[in-house]
Design a binder for this molecule. Structure first.
Ligand code: RP5
Length: 163
């Protein structure tokens, strides 16, 4: 197995249903990744250790999903110079607006690339991370292009369902 270049972390196992979509994309594109539950509030020391060791462990991008008071992506971004993609999990009470605002409103100087709330966001997080790694790997770029072609073909075929 190739060493992981993308770290997929999430605040809780309850986020997995969403974050799995990011991992599905990485599986499809054959981009090696690791996945782990790391909570900003319940395991803060682990969060710092994860972020501080990410570069030396060979990661190139971190995808971090969290819901509610979603501090994980921003705090990880504060402790690493790797690009961090934040996925706002769709919370039950506020439909993920809380997660989105928590993740997207970073102070100038510490960026988090925030994607859409929920499953579409998780899918795009996987694609964005692959695109970042793909800037230095033409094989990944080729697979991304092939995926775009498959998406286009599926949309063109879908017109046949309009009966
Ligand atoms: C956040 O709290 C997690 O990212 C999750 O979205 C939310 C709720 O966690 P659980 O109570 O379901 O474990 O830290």
């Amino acid at each position: 197995m190739a060493e992981p270049v993308i770290g997929v972390i999430m605040g809780s196992t309850s986020d997995w249903e969403t974050m799995k979509l990011a991992c599905d994309v990485l599986d499809e594109l054959d981009v090696p990744y690791e996945k782990q539950v790391v909570s900003a509030h319940r395991t803060p020391d682990l969060m710092f250790e994860y972020a501080e060791t990410a570069v030396t462990r060979g990661l190139k991008v971190i995808i971090a999903g969290a819901g509610g008071a979603a501090h994980l992506p921003g705090m990880v971004a504060a402790k690493t110079i790797l690009p961090v993609v934040g996925v706002p999990i769709e919370s039950k009470s506020l439909k993920g607006i809380d997660s989105l605002l928590s993740i997207v409103q970073m102070p100038g100087g510490v960026p988090v690339a925030t994607v859409a709330i929920g499953k579409a966001g998780a899918t795009n997080a996987g694609l964005l991370a692959a695109q970042i790694v793909g800037t230095c790997d033409t094989k990944i770029q080729d697979r991304l292009l092939a995926r775009r072609e498959r998406t286009k073909a599926a949309v063109l075929r879908s017109s046949e369902d309009l009966v």
